[in-house]
Design a protein around this ligand. Structure first.
Ligand code: ADP
Ligand code: MG
Length: 681
């Protein structure tokens, strides 16, 4: 197999220099790579239907035979048309072919065929336009691979090349999965898997092939991440000699929950051990109180004589953390600094100077913290809030500002636990699984546009009782200019009409920082009671007096995003509400949104989200820093769990995989991790 990765694709029959170029566009540069270009889908030619069972409007396979003379006609512009009629013995269907002169000689009158195409009905009855077909007794009936293509290279050409490549597979190929593991978990051999992933005999053999390849890929990923994690040779120079947690508790206006306390202790222990630096993910649902945990870690580090940096993904959030921490540390000797992109150049310069000289010991900021100009005197702790908003490389840039400082990353995106293990496999995980006392779950309702005015009335009632409200306005498009226009237009309409008697603010992503901050402060102080917002308020914003949120076009958001948005209310003692508005009538939408009404458990919502949308959308475009997977996907919980189990067995057997039987796996790990520049921390 390995040698096939060195053989150029033009060694295959039927592949010349020109198509070699095209294959390269698909990242296929060797015969081995071609064999690993797995189909993205399959056409099902098994179980052809009878004409009367075909579903109009859908692609169907129908078994039938010519039942009338084919008619050829010439159209304007030298175009050519063939009309045929086929029958399954009971019903008839018309076939129409354009510009294919060979059809009349290809289709035989005495042969049964399977025709595949979109079934349509017009005044003349049922018909298919330009169906593809094979003789019904052909061995080709089965599942046909559908490949990712590039212009100039057809699915047929790729199929043919793959068939040629498969012929070159030696009868015995070395298999990265040792036989004992394959036998134990009923995984087929690599050779069988590769053959069947391209040309499966039936669904069952496809499933077997897929399972085997998926498990192998996830296993390699899993083992690779473990190997990275085991690099425990960096010794942190930042060792906390004394624990100041007791002192910190006195600074807080509330009593920590048991979960918060536990996580703080986990962090302190990490930072006291004097070996490798802390590398910890704190996962806690929205409102679970992660900021206080971060504050405790900062306090401990600062009191031990080091600097701490706290990075947030948005300026609003950085500002908010800065204010919160300033209040906590008001009567202490902790000196805080705020560093964000929108400070004036001279302010930034001054701030950076103080950081470099060690005159400040706690810096809260945005991406401005990781630019080149930022220098710390002795950074001991780096924190990133809302980790999913940062790329892995940003995390490492912040770390590079110190001499192996401790790292704490916080995330409210409740990634299912098994998945977190893969993605953050290089991190230890703490979970804040308790919310501060006195909160009741946000009551969530789903209504259609007709009831919008009832929702408005409800919002007014809440405001009359002294509470505050958010309205998340419709998402129009990704286009920034129109987002701005739509948000402002929508807000203006509300201000002028429905809410003319109430102080209304607006906040959206295109506002200047000073404007955003003004809008946020006004809302925080209660000068405005209703805040019309885009998703800029999605992360972290904390206004405990807000008790109701209405979300327009709720169907446009992913469940996890809705959960984040909803997390902006229910942060105080008052009962809170979330109103999802949508006119989308589809059953799927209804089902999706009803999940939001049924639960406030972020983990369940994330699971559901992952199931419904698949991992691509779940993670969005945001980097999670993992190598690109070829066949496995992160939502495949069975595969994830099984590979986890196998990985544990292998590591127990041979911790550094040095045993000869794992040679193939070692090679695969090297290949997977060198194929991306993914840095794991
Ligand atoms: P998140 O985990 O979403 O970042 P925050 O840290 O913003 O949550 O905390 C949410 C709110 O709960 C804040 O207003 C904070 O002051 C408050 N809070 C945090 N911990 C406690 C606690 N133990 N008791 C009472 N209120 C708390
Ligand atoms: Mg937060």
């Amino acid at each position: 197999m390995a040698s096939l990765f060195r053989q150029p694709i033009r060694n295959l029959r039927g592949v010349g220099a020109k198509s070699e170029e095209l294959f390269r566009k698909l990242d296929i540069d060797s015969i081995g790579a071609l064999l690993y270009h797995f189909p993205r889908d399959y056409e099902d030619w098994t179980n052809p239907a009878e004409i009367s069972n075909g579903v109009v409007g859908e692609v169907c396979c129908i078994k039938a035979k010519l039942s009338a003379q084919m008619r050829e006609s010439r159209l304007a512009g030298n175009r050519y048309l063939v009309n045929a009629e086929v029958s399954d013995g009971r019903d008839v269907m018309r076939l129409v072919f354009f510009n294919n002169r060979y059809i009349t000689s290809m289709l035989k009158y005495d042969t049964q065929y399977i025709f595949r195409g979109k079934l349509m009905r017009d005044f003349g009855g049922l018909q298919m336009v330009s169906p593809v077909f094979i003789p019904a007794d052909s061995e080709k009936s089965g599942l046909h691979p559908v490949y990712r293509l590039t212009a100039g290279l057809s699915n047929n050409q790729i199929q043919r090349a793959v068939r040629e490549a498969l012929k070159l597979l030696p009868s015995e190929i070395s298999d990265p999965l040792p036989e004992e593991i394959r036998r134990k978990y009923d995984l087929c051999s690599l050779k069988e898997a590769i053959e069947n992933i391209h040309f499966p005999k039936d669904r069952k053999s496809l499933q077997k092939a897929r399972k085997r390849l998926t498990v192998e890929e996830l296993l390699v990923l899993n083992l690779g991440i473990r190997a990275l994690k085991n690099h425990e040779d960096t010794v942190s120079n930042v060792k906390l000699e004394k624990d100041f947690t007791e002192e910190f508790l006195k600074l807080l206006p509330f009593i920590l929950t048991g979960a918060q306390m536990r996580v703080i202790n986990e962090c302190t222990r990490d930072m006291q051990r004097g070996k490798n630096p802390m590398n910890r993910l704190v996962q806690g649902d929205v409102g679970s109180g992660k900021t206080a945990v971060a504050a405790a870690a900062c306090y401990n580090v600062v009191k031990n004589g080091y600097q701490a940096a706290f990075m947030a993904p948005t300026e609003i959030l950085a500002e908010q953390h800065y204010k919160t921490l300033s209040k906590y540390f008001e009567n202490t000797d902790v000196k805080l600094e705020l560093l964000t992109g929108s400070l004036s150049a001279s302010k930034k310069k001054e701030a950076r100077q103080r950081m470099a000289e060690g005159k400040v010991n706690l810096v809260v900021g945005t991406h401005a913290l990781i630019t080149e100009q930022t220098v710390f005197k002795n950074l001991g702790l780096a924190i990133t809030d809302e980790q999913h908003r940062f790329g892995v490389s940003q995390r490492s840039k912040l770390l590079a500002k110190g001499d192996s400082p401790h790292l704490l990353v916080m995330s409210a995106t409740p990634i299912p636990r098994t998945l977190a293990l893969i993605i953050y496999g290089d991190l230890d995980i703490s979970v804040i699984d308790e919310t501060p006392p006195g909160r009741s779950p946000v009551k969530t309702m789903f209504i259609t546009g007709e009831k919008r005015h009832r929702a408005f009335d409800f919002i007014k009632e809440e405001m009359d009782r002294g509470n505050r409200a958010y309205i998340v306005c419709p998402l129009v498009s990704e286009d920034e200019q129109s987002e701005l226009a739509a948000a402002e237009e929508y807000a203006a309409e509300l201000m002028l009409k429905e809410f003319s008697d109430y102080p209304v603010g607006i906040i959206h992503g295109k506002m200047k920082y000073a404007e955003k901050e003004k809008a946020m402060t006004a809302f925080l102080k209660g000068e405005t009671k209703l805040l019309v917002a885009t998703t800029v308020i999605e992360v972290g914003v904390d206004v405990p007096e807000a008790t109701v949120m209405m979300i327009e076009n709720a169907e446009r958001f992913g469940l996890s995003q809705l959960h984040q948005l909803r997390g902006r209310v229910g942060r105080g003692k008052e009962k809170s509400y979330c109103i999802l508005l949508s006119d989308a009538q589809g059953e799927k939408t209804q089902q999706r949104l009803s999940v939001m009404c049924k639960t406030t458990d972020g983990f369940r919502i994330a699971d559901e989200d992952l199931r419904q949308r698949g991992p691509g959308d779940f993670f969005g475009e945001r980097q999670h820093g993992l190598p690109k997977l070829n066949i496995a996907d992160f939502s495949d919980m069975d595969g994830v769990t099984l590979s986890q189990k196998i990985a544990e067995e292998i590591v127990a057997d041979s911790p550094d995989l040095s045993s000869e039987k794992y040679r193939g796996l070692r090679a695969s790990i090297r290949r997977l991790f060198s194929s991306t520049d993914a840095r794991m921390n």
